[in-house]
Design a protein around this ligand. Structure first.
Ligand SMILES: [Zn+2]
Length: 291
C-alpha cells in the first residue's frame, strides 16, 4: 500500500488534533487507530461548522430583521400586486392602484387601532375580489376593544377617501373623484352591522341587536345583487348571530360589558361615520351620462 493521506494533516495547526504531535517527522507516520483516523477526518469539518456557526451568529442580526420583514413584503406586497392586477382587468391600472391603496389605508386604520389597544397584529393581506384584512394575533379582551379596532379602519379609510376628493377639487382630475366615491362606498359597506364586517364588530359595543338590522340588509343585498362575497359574509355571520340567542357564561357576559360612556361614544362615532359616508357618496357621485 502506498503512503496514506493520513500523514498530510500532521503539518496542520495543532488545535483539536491530539492524535499525533506536530513535531514528529512527516514521512514516518505513527500508525493511527481507526478512532484517531476518524477524528482527523472529522476535525476540519467540525472547524468549518464552528466557524460557520460563529459567522451565522454574527449575521443573525442582519438576517433576522430581513426574515421578519419578508412575510410583510410577500404577504402585503405580493397580495397587493395580485389585487391590483385583478381590479385592473376590470377598471384599468391607474384606478386599480388607487383602489387597492384605499383598502391599504383602511387596513392601516385597523392596524393602528389594534396597536393602540395593545393587540398583536399580522401584516395586512389582500384577497383579490374580496378585499383585505389584518389578522389579530391576540383575541380582543372585550367588546369595547374589538369595537375600537373595528372602527379604526372605516375612520382612517374615510379620511383616505376624503383626501381623494380633496385632490380632485385641487387638480380637477376626475379619477380622484371616482376614487373618493368608491372609497366612501367601500367604507360604508364595511359598516353594515353584521359580524365579519367592521360594522358588526363596532355595534357589539353599541347593541348586538343591531346585528339583526345587518342581517336584514345583507339578505336584501344578496337578493338584489347576488354574489359569492355577500353569501360568504352571510355564512360567516351565523356563528355570532346564533350566539346571541345562547345563554352566556359569566366570562362571556363580562366580555360584552361596556360602560355607558363607551356605548354612547361608539354609537356617536358609528352613526356619525355613516352620515359622513352617505353625504360623501352623494357629493362625489358622478352621473353615468356625465362621463
Ligand atoms: Zn375593515
Amino acid at each position: 500500500m502506498s503512503m496514506s493521506d493520513d500523514t498530510k494533516p500532521q503539518t496542520e495547526e495543532p488545535p483539536l488534533t491530539d492524535a499525533v504531535p506536530s513535531s514528529s517527522p512527516p514521512l514516518e507516520p505513527t500508525p493511527l487507530t481507526p478512532w484517531q483516523k476518524l477524528k482527523r477526518l472529522l476535525t476540519p469539518g467540525i472547524v468549518v461548522l464552528l466557524l460557520g456557526a460563529k459567522f451565522l451568529g454574527k449575521l443573525k442580526f442582519l438576517v433576522v430583521p430581513v426574515l421578519k420583514f419578508l412575510p410583510l413584503l410577500l404577504k402585503t406586497g405580493g397580495t397587493m400586486l395580485l389585487s391590483i392586477w385583478f381590479y385592473a382587468m376590470n377598471w384599468g391600472w391607474v384606478f386599480a392602484v388607487g383602489f387597492v391603496l384605499l383598502m391599504l389605508v383602511h387596513e392601516c386604520g385597523h392596524l393602528l387601532a389594534a396597536k393602540q389597544a395593545g393587540l398583536k397584529v399580522g401584516a395586512p393581506m389582500f384577497i383579490p375580489f374580496m378585499g383585505a384584512f389584518i389578522a389579530l394575533k391576540d383575541v380582543p379582551p372585550n367588546a369595547w376593544t374589538e369595537a375600537r379596532v373595528g372602527v379604526g379602519g372605516p375612520l382612517i379609510g374615510t379620511l383616505g377617501a376624503a383626501a381623494c376628493e380633496g385632490i380632485f377639487l385641487a387638480t380637477g382630475y376626475p379619477l380622484f373623484r371616482a376614487l373618493a366615491y368608491t372609497g366612501f362606498m367601500l367604507n360604508l359597506f364595511n359598516l353594515i352591522p353584521l359580524a365579519p364586517l367592521d360594522g358588526g364588530r363596532i355595534v357589539t359595543a353599541v347593541s348586538p341587536w343591531l346585528w339583526g338590522i345587518g342581517l336584514a340588509m345583507m339578505v336584501a343585498l344578496l337578493v338584489t345583487h347576488p354574489s359569492f362575497l355577500l353569501f360568504l359574509i352571510l355564512l360567516l355571520s351565523l356563528p355570532r348571530l346564533i350566539s346571541m340567542f345562547r345563554r352566556k357564561t359569566a366570562d362571556e357576559a363580562r366580555w360584552f360589558e361596556v360602560t355607558p360612556a363607551q356605548r354612547w361614544g361608539m354609537a356617536l362615532l358609528y352613526f356619525g361615520l355613516i352620515a359622513v359616508l352617505v353625504i360623501g357618496m352623494r357629493m362625489t357621485h358622478i352621473a353615468p351620462n356625465a362621463g
